[in-house]
Design a protein around this ligand. Structure first.
Ligand code: UDP
Length: 320
């Protein structure tokens, strides 16, 4: 198939591109290189049609969608830090840009996968989080929830198109990590803590470090993304994509110190000092993985420690 990957130069997108190429598909990438980079595409670049451009550009999107059989829409403004610093840009990209891609792909009757996020669930306390659960969000005066809201609009759009017969599916990512994480720490605590550990700087744990996440190795994220994007059984469905092993951020920091052999101490940083006044965190986040397992045959295979070791090996190869 000819697959267009928006955001294909990003952390997850570039791994999706590699896997699609590896399994014999032809690939085009549309990416504005805002958080993605050509370095991520180094192994693929000679074999794909790469276009540097914006998902807000209607004629460019139309031309690229027209030339594809399937569209994987991964382009987005990502990372809590970014969203809180520049909420307007994030909203425009994640609402108007996504609407452009979703509208064009469905109008041209293409198979479409929309990448969404576990941030959708907000601060619900029901664990594990199942795809049909309620979303629990804070006030609109807290910028963080704008990201969840924008992605929810994308999901609603995708599902409304599915209801009218279009071949659309949605995936919600749970804290992916692995090689090609941005070392500046955009969008991932793993990147930030690993950079600090390797520089023997204090690892900044926000709050008391007892908040949890389920870290999902990127090869697993990609596996489920491709199943959801190409398998007919996924049409009209939403899937959590994640590992359901829960880890506190403090424990993550300790494991990163251990794996890297770092001499760094752990330092605690208040949410307010990092993200400004009135920030709200999600205190626990655990996916219900039953639907992806039962309907797509997907089970995450790589544990946190193994994933951290692989990430570290890549990091050392790339930056030393
Ligand atoms: N976090 C942290 N230290 C950092 C970066 C993040 O303690 O240097 C915390 C953050 O406050 C959150 C968790 O790690 O509780 C996961 O943050 P991330 O930005 O990776 O993703 P999120 O799951 O919040 O979208």
């Amino acid at each position: 198939m000819r697959v267009l990957v928006t955001g294909g130069a990003g952390f997850i997108g570039s791994h999706v591109v590699d896997r699609l190429l590896h399994t014999g598909h032809s690939v085009a990438v549309l990416d504005n290189l805002s958080t993605g980079s050509l370095r991520n595409l180094a192994p693929a670049l000679a074999h794909i049609n790469f276009v540097e451009g914006n998902i807000l550009d209607e004629s460019l999107v139309e031309q690229m969608v027209r030339d594809s059989d399937a569209v994987f829409h991964l382009a987005a403004a990502v990372g809590v830090g970014h969203i809180v610093q520049n909420p307007l840009n994030a909203l425009i990209t994640n609402v108007r840009g996504a609407e452009n891609v979703i509208g064009t792909a469905t109008a041209l009757d293409k198979r479409l996968l929309v990448a969404s996020t576990s941030e959708i669930y907000g601060k619900t306390t029901k664990m594990p989080m199942s795809e049909d659960d309620d979303r629990v969000l804070g006030s609109t005066t807290i910028a963080r929830w704008g990201y969840s809201t924008a992605k929810a609009i994308d999901e609603h759009l995708a599902l409304a198109h599915a209801q009218t017969g279009h071949r659309v599916s949605v995936v919600r990512y749970f804290n992916s990590f692995g090689p090609r994480l941005d070392p500046r720490g955009y969008g991932s605590v793993v990147a930030n803590l690993m950079r600090q550990a390797l520089a023997n700087e204090p690892l900044t744990v926000h709050g008391d470090g007892q908040q949890t996440r389920c870290f999902t190795y990127v090869a697993d994220t990609v596996d489920c993304t491709i199943r959801a994007g190409l398998d007919d059984r996924a049409v009209g469905r939403v899937f959590n994509v994640g590992n359901d092993h829960e880890t506190t951020i403090l424990d993550l920091a300790k494991q990163i110190i251990d794996v890297t052999g770092s001499h760094s101490p752990i330092s605690y940083l208040s949410y307010e000092a990092r993200y400004g006044k009135g920030f709200e965190d999600t205190l626990r986040r655990v996916p219900d993985v039953a639907r992806a397992r039962d309907e797509l045959g997907f089970v995450a295979a790589v544990g946190l420690r193994e994933g951290l070791q692989r990430t570290l090996a890549w990091w050392r190869d790339t930056y030393t």
